[in-house]
Design a protein around this ligand. Structure first.
Ligand SMILES: [Fe+2]
Length: 242
């Protein structure tokens, strides 16, 4: 089932996002190019109406109490900001992680509104794209994945750290953060909720590895995999080689 009005909004949003990303390639962000092809090949005519999507949403997820505030803080001086604010109210939201012993503040503090990907508004196995909402003070622990990832901040302030002992970079409105394949990274949200755009490309069908340090100071990578019922399960652990 299609929704012409939503398709038009998605079309304008994707065109504007692509245009915004293209404008960043020259100032030294050549990695943006890896994302442009898959993003620009998404077909807005294939948008499925949210109520017709098979995967369940969770419009009462606890993090969504912050959505209005996060949208109200978007920079509306840009067309991308205006379109993102409209689209964030139309996507189907759900928690990012649930079950499997994931800490309650993480289960309740993060949600995603998906635009493209398996089961999203636009079906795609080449790109994952959408909104990422994080409650104030959420700490998303160190993790890595094979897919290439961009975060683009719409509102809030989020400290992004690459590496075990990296220096945080503060992602403010309009800022971009790029995570190359298997680069470990973490996010820490400031006092305000954060609304980010996320974009993944590359090898999407692979799990995310969360990092932890044991009592002896050794680092481990734990593989978290989403189950058929959408809960998460830790399936194996590997030591991080020094
Ligand atoms: Fe990531």
């Amino acid at each position: 089932m299609t929704d012409p009005e939503l398709s038009e909004l998605v079309r304008r949003f994707l065109a504007q996002w692509s245009c915004d990303l293209r404008s960043r390639v020259d100032p030294g962000k050549s990695w943006v190019e890896s994302f442009l092809g898959p993003l620009e090949r998404l077909d807005p005519n294939q948008v499925i109406a949210p109520h017709a999507l098979q995967e369940p949403g969770d419009q009462s997820h606890p993090s969504l109490v912050h959505l209005d505030h996060a949208i109200a803080s978007i920079n509306l001086d840009t067309e991308l900001g205006q379109l993102a604010g409209q689209l964030a109210r139309r996507v189907k939201w759900r928690g990012l992680y649930k079950g499997g012993g994931v800490a309650p503040d993480l289960q309740d503090g993060m949600s995603a509104g998906r635009i493209a990907g398996p089961g999203a508004l636009i079906e795609s196995d080449k790109v994952l794209a959408g909104f990422f909402l994080l409650a104030p003070h959420v700490y998303y622990p160190k993790h890595d994945h094979e897919a290439l990832e961009i975060y683009q901040a719409l509102s809030g302030s989020t400290a992004v750290t690459h590496g075990i002992d990296g220096t945080p970079t503060h992602l403010e409105r309009g800022g971009l953060s790029y995570q190359a394949e298997h680069v470990v990274h973490d996010l820490r949200v400031d006092d305000e909720p954060a609304l980010l755009l996320y974009l993944w490309t590359g090898n999407l069908g692979v799990p995310t590895w969360w990092w932890r340090r044991d009592d002896d100071g050794h680092w481990w990578r734990d593989c978290w995999e989403r189950q058929a019922d959408l809960t998460m399960r830790k399936t194996r652990s590997l030591p991080v080689k020094p």
